[in-house]
Design a binder for this molecule. Structure first.
Ligand code: NI
Length: 262
């Protein structure tokens, strides 16, 4: 049974090559599990390989909206490799998929990103998996797609998932919750106060924690390479912001993560 669950990390990236055993060692010391998230085919395959080797690692496979070079269709539905990867029992979600108009121009790139996102939603539904959403400067666009295509929420559509690295306001948060999505928070909550209202206002059952390692390490590791065991700091801060018992919050966060991977 995990003690902490980092639902979004990139241990599949090259950042961990030099001290891999230490990183895994710190996960074991803290009882931390993680979902390793792919951003293209190669990194998704690597995530599955890691999940195969380590009991505390699960995999999420998919295509980041603005990976470089920019991905185009058809990538997933017709792609043999993806069809094989998704059958692995430790593949627990599809993504990270979504939209990003911070890194790409909306006018020029909207249609491509929308198709790529919808294709991954179809793939997730076909294999009964949740999606892991990446959204940057794109909450209104993503919500419009989801609310138009799946207006009745996940009890009817079966589409479910998590909004990774949630950085929106309370109105945005509530729209995602209404569709049956959960929100996850990163180390950013240890040093920025912008999300406290959302964190206090949404039900604990709808919240997950993640590191998005190697990016955005929490205090006291800020500025260093991030890693899954640091999710302990995110979980502690979340309990503090909510004014709730840290042990109760820790246990709830683990059970929320387990409900996503079962
Ligand atoms: Ni990520």
């Amino acid at each position: 049974m995990p003690k902490y669950f980092d639902i979004h990390s990139h241990l599949n990236f090259g950042d961990y090559d030099k001290d891999w055993d230490e990183v895994i060692g710190r996960m074991r010391e803290t009882g931390t599990y993680t979902i390793v998230v792919g951003t293209d085919y190669e990194s998704s395959k690597r995530a599955v390989e890691l999940a195969e080797r380590y009991p505390e690692i699960y995999a999420c496979i998919g295509i980041h909206p603005v990976d470089s070079p920019l991905p185009t269709l058809p990538l997933i539905r017709g792609g043999q490799g993806w069809g094989e990867l998704v059958k692995h029992p430790k593949v627990v979600a599809i993504g990270e998929c979504g939209m990003d108009f911070f890194h790409q121009d909306k006018e020029r790139d909207f249609e491509r990103q929308k198709k790529l996102f919808l294709e991954q939603i179809d793939f997730a539904l076909a294999h009964d998996k949740p999606i892991m959403i990446h959204a940057r400067d794109a909450y209104p666009e993503i919500l419009e797609i989801l609310e138009t295509e799946f207006p009745l929420g996940n009890s009817v559509s079966k589409l479910r998932g998590n909004v990774h690295f949630f950085a929106g306001d309370l109105v945005t948060a509530k729209r995602f919750l209404k569709l049956g999505f959960t929100l996850s928070f990163t180390g950013v909550i240890t040093f920025a106060r912008n999300y406290d209202e959302v964190i206090r206002s949404v039900p604990l059952e709808s919240i997950m924690v993640e590191t998005d390692a190697p990016y955005v390490a929490p205090v006291p590791y800020r500025g260093k390479r991030n890693e899954p065991s640091y999710v302990v700091e995110v979980a502690k801060k979340l309990a503090e912001i909510r004014g709730e018992d840290p042990e109760r919050v820790r246990a709830a966060l683990v059970s929320n993560a387990l409900s996503m991977i079962m």
